[in-house]
Design a protein around this ligand. Structure first.
Ligand code: PLP
Length: 391
């Protein structure tokens, strides 16, 4: 992807919305019998909530999913009117606002259902509630032992008109490790929870379980709706599932910086805080003006890959808050030359997955933590704009 403009910049994240659309289409093709919910939590995994939400809708995402209610309400404030689910609630959350906005709210237990009912009464409108069961993740979700009680209470709230149970759903623990025994166990537990709900009289619009790896590898988990996140942005959920290219995905984010300084230094020169790197001989040092305040992991000290003036390099010494240094060896460069920290990988630059490997993390964390100080610059906006399902 060429830089969207010739404007000067320190560091910026270029977001290819055409890649987001093509990833959504590729994921829909993997789950032809199900609708797709594009997960846009955490500012669309660092890519920018609203442009990515729009791109996902244009490519046929029937649903959008967020963690927090504030993220869901931000979609409504920006004019999104389609189905939205938010699932990470705490007591006292904006239940009435979510009900008024027609946002689906998740309930993993009685307190949440009760607050949704109170929100519905305050709003004078039926709450759209999706009941979440813990099928084995051991994180959010209603334990199976409490499920019959939650289901019965939700059915009672339906009868009095405060609630409509629109969904029953759960989340995988190990879908990124195909063949992991917990996957089949969670599928069984989910089917059991669905039959408990059905026997109690619930008839949800959508039953859903599949995150990115399950969308890509496990058709029997697709049910009515798949719920991919990281793959919408073109990252593979794990090396075991395949590379982005093997999965037909294109990374949407390119993180690019302009060198702030290039200088000659003698051999034996310490570099950056703590002098953890010393120049082996006379050399050229390039200063990349991005640091951990911008989301560059400090664990990348001495290991992070970066393409500088067209050649692959490694972070020399410590990553500081605002900058890090690269040793160019015998090569030269100039202030203003380009450093590409990561991108799709087809122009010689590292990928977010390469950074993840270098720092012992996952691609999810690399892109999501790119800081608020880094401007997002968008390319590939769809000129047709409003149309859905352009596939
Ligand atoms: C984040 C999240 C997803 C998306 O997961 P990916 O692995 O990014 O596809 C789906 N469902 C829930 C509940 C989530 O929290």
């Amino acid at each position: 992807m060429p830089p969207p403009s010739a404007e000067a910049f320190r560091v910026r994240a270029e977001i290819d919305l055409g890649a987001v659309r093509s990833n959504v289409r590729a994921l829909r093709a993997r789950a032809p019998g199900a609708a797709l919910m594009a997960v846009v939590k955490a500012d669309a995994y660092g890519h920018g909530l609203l442009p990515c939400a729009r791109a996902a809708r244009q490519a046929g995402a029937a649903w959008l999913g967020t963690a927090t209610p504030e993220e869901a309400l931000a979609l409504r404030a920006a004019g999104d009117r389609g189905p939205v689910l938010c699932w990470l609630w705490t007591p006292g959350g904006p239940w009435r606002e979510a009900v008024e906005a027609g946002v689906d709210v998740a309930a993993s237990g009685r307190w949440a259902l009760d607050e949704a009912v109170a929100g519905a009464r305050a709003a004078g409108r039926t709450a759209r509630v999706q009941l979440k069961v813990d099928t084995g993740l051991g994180r959010n979700g209603c334990p199976p032992a409490d499920w019959p009680d939650l289901v019965a209470a939700a059915r009672a709230a339906e009868s009095e008109g405060t609630v409509r149970v629109t969904g029953v759903w759960s989340h995988f623990a190990c879908a990124d490790e195909p063949g992991h025994p917990s996957i089949a166990a969670q599928l069984d537990a989910f089917r059991e929870a669905l039959s408990v709900a059905g026997r109690a009289g619930l008839d949800p619009e959508v039953r859903h379980l599949a995150n990115s790896p399950a969308t890509l590898t496990l058709p029997e988990s697709h049910f009515d709706l798949v719920r991919p996140g990281v793959s919408v942005y073109g990252l593979s959920p794990s090396p075991e599932v395949g590379s982005a290219a093997e999965l037909g995905l294109r990374p949407a984010m390119t993180l690019r910086a302009s060198l702030a300084q290039v200088k000659r230094v003698p051999g034996g020169h310490g570099v950056s805080y703590g002098h953890t790197y010393t120049t082996p001989g006379e050399t050229t040092l390039a200063l990349v003006p991005a640091g951990y305040a911008d989301g560059i992991p400090r664990h990348a000290s001495g290991t992070g890959p970066v393409l500088v003036a067209g050649k692959p390099r490694t972070v020399a010494g410590r990553v500081a808050m605002d900058q890090f240094v690269v040793d160019l060896g015998g090569d030269t460069a100039e202030a203003g030359d380009e450093a590409v920290l990561f991108g799709p990988g087809d122009r010689g630059e590292p990928t977010a997955e390469d950074w993840a490997r270098a720092v012992g993390s996952i691609g999810y964390e690399i892109v999501t933590r790119i800081g608020a100080r880094v401007p997002r610059v968008y390319a590939g906006e769809d000129p047709a704009g409003e149309t859905q399902g352009e596939a």
